[in-house]
Design a protein around this ligand. Structure first.
Ligand SMILES: Nc1ncnc2c1ncn2[C@@H]1O[C@H](COP(=O)(O)OP(=O)(O)OP(=O)(O)O)[C@@H](O)[C@H]1O
Length: 299
């Protein structure tokens, strides 16, 4: 079922005056999340996924999660039906980005076909490629030549998605400690209009992320960041929401139970089919029963 959902305002935290701040995925499509180690980027990304999975159905939003910290931060998120996969190595990440790019191209081709004959277009489920620790994808971090080529291909595909992913609703959220030229080429960085900049190590990093200083002066409080978007006049200082592990467990554990029940049902269906075969309800079973009867006779 294609999505018809219009409201893509997502609460992203509170100001020091206790006002809730929202970002809008219908208006800004690609986002970078940057900041020093321990500043709260991953927790914020985990919150974003959880919030959207709780609010929207898989017909509205789907995620391809690239967790280049070996999958440790998003392992539990595989249980959300919205999540296409959690990809934890560079080759896995490249194939996930490739698949998202393919989805984008297929959607664009379908739109073109429909527009040509004045047919209404479906509203596709939003596909969000969320990359945590994107710096690991940088071609500069490759050891072997072939590895470098793989990473360059990933950057090339990402650059295509940020340029034309808006209409087919394929979005990128790219998290990294420092999106400089090595980790995120300007061709990609420049197209990511939304910024969540957590505290940076120094002024230079702040300038790279925000194009001005300031993030290095944020108080050293995990989850504190500057929000920059074409929709707001000035950067806003925000404290991000935080989902403690025990709350996440409460949300996800029933999904794991559901999945194991589904697997158990599938297994018992398979056993049922085996029994039917043994009873002779299909061709193979009949043959087996016939053989047994004949063997019985000859014995
Ligand atoms: N909004 C928040 N409120 C309270 N505590 C937080 C918040 N965000 C993060 N923290 C705390 O800070 C710790 C570090 O956060 P997180 O792992 O998200 O940092 P990071 O920026 O992703 O670091 P790295 O780049 O090294 O992975 C978390 O384990 C958590 O305890």
């Amino acid at each position: 079922m294609p999505s018809t959902l219009k409201n893509w305002r997502i609460p992203i935290g509170k100001t020091r005056y206790n006002q809730t701040v929202f970002c809008n995925f219908n208006k800004v499509h690609h986002w970078k999340v940057a900041g020093a180690t321990g500043s709260g980027k991953t927790e914020f990304l985990r919150y974003l996924v959880t919030y959207m999975c709780m609010k929207y159905s898989p017909d509205d939003v789907q995620f391809a999660i690239v967790d280049l910290k070996n999958g440790v931060s998003f392992a539990q998120f595989q249980w959300f039906p919205h999540v296409r996969g959690v990809y934890k190595t560079v080759p896995e990440a490249v194939s996930a980005i490739h698949a998202a790019h393919e989805t984008m191209v297929e959607r664009l081709q379908e739109v073109e076909r429909l527009r040509a004959v004045f047919q209404p277009e479906p509203v596709y489920p939003r596909l969000i490629v969320l990359i945590d620790e994107g710096g690991e994808l940088a071609p500069a971090n490759a050891v072997l030549d072939e590895d470098k080529e793989l990473r360059k291909a990933a950057m090339h595909l990402l650059s295509s998605v940020v340029r034309i992913g808006r209409e087919p609703r394929v979005n990128i959220i790219y998290g990294t400690q420092r999106p400089d030229n090595d980790t995120l080429p300007v061709s990609i960085r420049g197209q990511m209009e939304g910024v969540f900049c957590f505290r940076t190590e120094n002024e230079l990093d702040s300038k790279i992320v925000l194009r001005h200083e300031g993030a290095e002066k944020l108080p050293w409080i995990p989850g504190r960041y500057l929000y920059k978007s074409p929709l707001v006049k000035y950067d806003i200082e925000v404290q991000s929401p935080y989902i403690p592990d025990k709350v996440l467990r409460r949300i996800i554990q029933p999904l794991i139970r559901c999945e194991s029940q589904r697997t158990a049902t599938q297994q018992s269906d398979a056993m049922c089919t085996d029994n039917q075969m043994a009873d002779g309800d299909d061709g193979i079973g009949l043959e087996t029963r016939e053989k047994r009867r004949r063997w019985g006779r000859s014995e």
